[in-house]
Design a binder for this molecule. Structure first.
Ligand code: FES
Length: 94
């Protein structure tokens, strides 16, 4: 796959650090698997995406808006809607 397929830029934010990521549609099953592949977050995604543990809760926003949403990362597919978003992983698991 060519590098230009990585056309979805997003930033993961964890423990005050920014982690810029480039991905593409369906590179991962969900945002939860993307995060798990890039960061070692203790206790994150314990039910492996079965939507039963709540440990994958993240906050999604962007630098152009004060609006943020709280979602289960395992419910979020990797697609263009994530482009230029900032995804904050809380220190404390829900
Ligand atoms: S991984 Fe358990 S609810 Fe998302």
């Amino acid at each position: 796959m060519s590098a230009d397929k990585y056309n979805i830029p997003l930033t993961l934010i964890y423990q005050g650090e920014n982690y810029p990521i480039q991905t593409y549609v369906n590179e991962y099953h969900s945002l939860m698997t993307l995060i798990s592949n890039h960061l070692a977050v203790v206790g994150f995604g314990l039910c492996c995406g079965m939507r039963s543990c709540g440990t994958c809760m993240v906050e999604i926003g962007n630098k152009y808006s004060s609006v943020t949403i709280h979602v289960l990362a395992c419910d979020i597919p990797i697609n263009d809607e994530l482009s230029n978003t900032e995804i904050t992983i809380p220190d404390q698991r829900y």
